[in-house]
Design a protein around this ligand. Structure first.
Ligand SMILES: C[S@@+](CC[C@H](N)C(=O)[O-])C[C@H]1O[C@@H](n2cnc3c(N)ncnc32)[C@H](O)[C@@H]1O
Length: 265
């Protein structure tokens, strides 16, 4: 039987180094907040909030913001970011599969590249919809399988161990047909929009080194191959460099993604 507690413990460790990427995901945050339609006074929940880039951006618009994430180190950083920005955001350590909020509480439930990493997609979406008011907006950004980050996760999966039974693939959250099915009958007026941000890097290999250092799923595969199969690691690194090269332009790696918005019935 799949040990979901162990999966969550591993996820906490994997994501603990993600803060280094807050300046780039910070570029995507205003896009999601605008696309969702957040306005002054709205009560917003940001799940899988990481270092709080979406939460702080929504607070900047005058929203009342609550946010949570599985990884304690990131929540600590999110609290610092909120304090630096001068906002009073309620941050908690919480799993999106089991949110510590009452039913029908929020006007908006947002997630930027966050809930897509919950191992049980159906639980994550059920919880996000449970805490959203009827008529409220669910909106999220995800990385589709055919674009850079999705392709990187697929490549990383190819070199890593296969996922345990019952674990959803994060990149399935980037497929419009899967999203429609998961949101199901409870959500109306579903719309999609693609956007992109740039990650400064002197070369594809510079970008790869950053990924190896700070993006947990990549770090884990590199560590394993370093120990078990150095030749395979060389192959992995060259495949990653080729992939990143496809998206490299003007010393920037372009990362496109999908935004989804819908209204709870
Ligand atoms: C790619 S980071 C995105 C963070 C942030 N939203 C941003 O845009 O910078 C993925 C985040 O999902 C969080 N996460 C992974 N599994 C989770 C779960 N089951 N419940 C809540 N958060 C989770 C990680 O801790 C991490 O902060």
């Amino acid at each position: 039987m799949t040990d979901f507690a162990a999966i969550k413990e591993n996820a906490r460790k994997m994501w603990s180094t993600f803060a280094a990427f807050e300046t780039v995901t910070g570029l995507a945050a205003p896009e999601l907040v605008k696309f969702a339609g957040v306005q002054k006074g709205d009560h917003v929940l940001d799940v899988g909030c990481g270092t709080g880039v979406v939460a702080v951006t929504a607070a900047q618009l005058g929203a009342r913001v609550t946010a949570s994430d599985l990884t304690p180190e990131l929540v600590t950083r999110a609290r610092e970011n909120s304090a630096i920005s001068g906002f009073d955001i309620d941050f908690q350590i919480a799993d999106v599969e089991q949110l510590p909020y009452e039913n029908d509480k929020f006007d908006f439930v947002l997630s930027q590249f966050g809930h897509m990493f919950a191992p049980r997609a159906e639980l994550a979406v059920a919880e996000m919809l449970r805490v959203l008011k009827p008529g409220g907006v669910i909106a999220f950004s995800t990385w589709p399988p055919e674009l850079l980050t999705g392709r990187l996760f697929i490549l990383t999966g190819k070199y890593g161990s296969p996922p345990p039974a019952g674990v959803s693939s994060p990149v399935d959250w980037g497929k419009v047909e899967v999203i429609r099915e998961r949101l199901g009958e409870k959500v109306k007026h579903i719309s999609f929009h693609r956007a992109q941000y740039g990650n400064p890097a002197m070369s594809p290999s510079h970008m790869r080194i950053l990924l190896e250092k700070y993006i947990g799923p990549v770090t884990a595969v590199v560590k394993r191959l370093e120990e078990d199969n150095p030749d395979k690691l060389t192959l992995f690194r060259s495949e990653v460099d080729v992939l990143l090269g496809e998206y490299f332009e003007n010393n920037t790696v372009i990362q496109s993604y999908l935004m989804t918005r819908g209204i709870k019935l």
